[in-house]
Design a protein around this ligand. Structure first.
Ligand SMILES: [Zn+2]
Length: 162
């Protein structure tokens, strides 16, 4: 699982539609979408419950707390989702992402599921936010070729104990 889940399902050269057909979602896809919702609501709750105010909100693509408050000018450092008014129209496949938000969530959740087989996020919300800020201010750039490595660069993670 080395390939980045970015824009991998670019639409074919068809002019018929600019929208993802939700009827093609499988049971497995729905499970992955559920995992996304769970991850995001958990981070929303943790952000809200923290005693520190962070100028961040959860990313509509991966659910991690990487997005700036003004999402129009944000690209997620973890899943590379580019902000626009995407939540209302989650089947739209045009620019800037060229993949629908739904497909992107499925892809990212699938990568995270395999990551979670051997790893876990290790830290409180404040440690996670500190780690994200340090990455943003540091010299390491986003590893666009390796989702797992990129995640490890940005978040505090550890190997799961067997
Ligand atoms: Zn993201």
């Amino acid at each position: 699982m080395k390939n980045y889940p970015e824009k991998s399902q670019k639409k074919k050269d068809s002019v018929a539609t600019d929208h993802f057909d939700k009827s093609t979602l499988t049971a497995n896809d729905f499970e992955l979408l559920k995992a996304f919702e769970k991850r995001r609501s958990e981070y929303d709750r943790l952000l809200e419950e923290s005693n520190i105010i962070y100028s961040k909100k959860t990313c509509p693509g991966c659910g991690f707390p990487t997005f700036d408050q003004n999402e129009l000018f944000t690209t997620c450092i973890i899943c590379l989702w580019e902000g626009y008014d995407s939540e209302k129209n989650n089947t739209y496949q045009g620019p800037p992402n060229y993949i629908s938000l739904i497909e992107h969530r499925v892809n990212v959740s699938s990568f995270l599921r395999s990551f979670n087989q051997n790893h876990e996020i290790d830290g409180s919300i404040d440690e996670i936010m500190k780690s994200i800020k340090e990455f943003e201010q540091g010299t390491k750039s986003i590893d666009r070729d390796d989702f797992e490595n990129n995640l490890k660069n940005i978040l505090p993670t550890k190997l799961k104990e067997k």
